[in-house]
Design a protein around this ligand. Structure first.
Ligand code: SF4
Length: 434
């Protein structure tokens, strides 16, 4: 469940029903002001709501003053082992301090940091890591790592409360995706404070993104988690931000920029779609509106599956078509598809978000589509549509199937047209046996 309590990090609300905040962490030496500020500006541009910087030395704490002053987004100081640095970070104006109360030198030092945090109204992120649980939980960690993590987190929470401090969020970090999911589910039931989610040391851009999407996506879909960080082994912190946004967009938790829909391609593909999709994705980065753009690899499906897209393209060998909301706009040579797509998108914005339609060009495109569409093909999209309809309503599925059979060209053997049959399908049974 979503956290009951809310804190604010700078102007950004965390928890209590606020939008899930996107965080990342700079990879630079914090005291290298030019490099650190350049990275902060880059991640802010990419959509980070908050950024954390490592503060392992005096000079990093010193650098915080100008970083906090110049950053367009709130700064969290990341402290380990040294409570003096935590005090300095608070004094430097950090919008939040991240520390693990178990590793900064004992209860008195924790109390000293909390006293200053209270005085300056600086929130904390307190957390535990699976790799550094307190000694008394080592056996429990061995027997039940999830319970050990949750117990450590709750002990930290109780410590904060015993100091009459409530301005904090909590994180539990584990490299294990199942343990991240299980422990955060348990903790969310037991405490009212905002939760920061992350799969620690998730890995490279590819595997780390997937692990994070599975772990954090599962929790977020349950309504758990108030702020997220994707930990990737790359110097480019903005990549973490992009992945975080894709997860939030996929779950429809937040909107930011265009949504690109692209078919997976199959043996019916008739043009160089890889290049086209990459180019469309690149050019869409310049748009802020949550416009939906679809790329279909062929026209055998018609464009029904992309009828919700604001704009889309589909192609064949030499020609392709641009459409909007399922209606053809114009036919263009394949090598001009992307340019023409963006011309249409720009005309749409120039006209106050109104699609500009030329009826002659649209009729031409419709004719091209009719010539290229093949209503008898059992494509992945049609299979999915049939399965969805079947799940909703058997009669509706029958109607879809009936319409496909009716449209099959004369002479098509019934067994070819009824390819939906599981027994006849090349993937028969596969999806249920993994
Ligand atoms: S049939 Fe579907 S998946 Fe295959 S190329 Fe056409 S649109 Fe893409």
């Amino acid at each position: 469940m979503a956290s009951e309590r809310q804190i604010t990090v700078g102007p950004v609300p965390i928890g209590g029903g606020a939008p899930v905040a996107v965080q990342t962490m700079t990879k630079t030496e914090t005291a290298n002001l030019a490099a650190t500020m350049a990275q902060i500006l880059t991640v802010a541009e990419a959509g980070a709501d908050i950024v954390r910087v490592a503060v392992p030395r005096e000079q990093d704490a010193e650098a915080l003053k100008s970083i906090v002053r110049d950053s367009p987004i709130p700064i969290i100081a990341d402290i380990h082992f040294n409570h003096t640095l935590a005090l300095k970070a608070i004094e430097a104006g950090a919008h939040c301090v991240r520390l693990n109360p178990g590793n900064i030198g004992g209860p008195e030092k924790v109390a000293e940091v909390i006293a200053l945090a209270k005085q300056r109204s600086t929130p904390l992120r307190v957390g535990v890591n699976s790799g550094s649980l307190p000694k008394h939980l080592r056996q429990l960690e061995y027997d039940n790592p999830v319970e050990a993590l949750v117990t450590a987190a709750i002990e930290t929470v109780r410590l904060m409360e015993s100091l009459d401090f409530y301005d904090f969020k909590v994180s539990m970090k584990s490299t294990s995706v199942p343990n991240t999911i299980a422990s955060n589910r348990l903790l969310a039931e037991r405490i009212p404070y905002p939760l920061h989610l992350g799969v620690t040391e998730a890995g490279t851009k590819w595997s780390g993104s997937l692990k994070s999407a599975v772990g954090l996506g599962t929790l977020l879909a349950d309504g758990i988690g108030d702020t997220i960080r994707i930990s990737l082994s790359t110097f480019h912190a903005e990549e973490e931000v992009k992945v975080a946004w894709e997860i939030l967009k996929a779950l429809k938790l937040r909107e930011r920029g265009p949504v690109l829909i692209a078919c997976p391609t199959c043996g019916r593909l008739q043009f160089d779609m890889d290049t086209v999709v990459a180019e469309v994705e690149r050019r869409l980065e310049a748009y802020e509106d949550p416009i939906e753009v679809s790329v279909l690899g062929c026209a055998v499906n018609g464009i029904g599956e992309a009828r919700h897209a604001d704009f889309g393209i589909t192609g064949a060998k030499d020609m392709g078509m641009i459409y909007s909301k399922g209606e053809p706009l114009k036919k263009v040579p394949t090598d001009q598809l992307v340019d023409e797509l963006f011309k249409e998108i720009d005309r749409y914005y120039a006209a106050g978000k109104t699609v500009q339609r030329d009826e002659v060009a649209a009729a031409d495109a419709r004719a091209w589509l009719a010539a290229n569409e093949d209503a008898t093909q059992m494509t992945p999209e049609r299979l999915a549509a049939l399965e969805a309809a079947a799940a909703d309503n058997d009669e509706e599925a029958d109607a879809v199937l009936e319409s496909m059979l009716t449209r099959a060209p004369e002479g098509t053997p019934a067994s070819t047209a009824v390819a939906i049959d599981e027994v006849a399908s090349p993937i028969a049974g596969r999806r249920f046996t993994r």
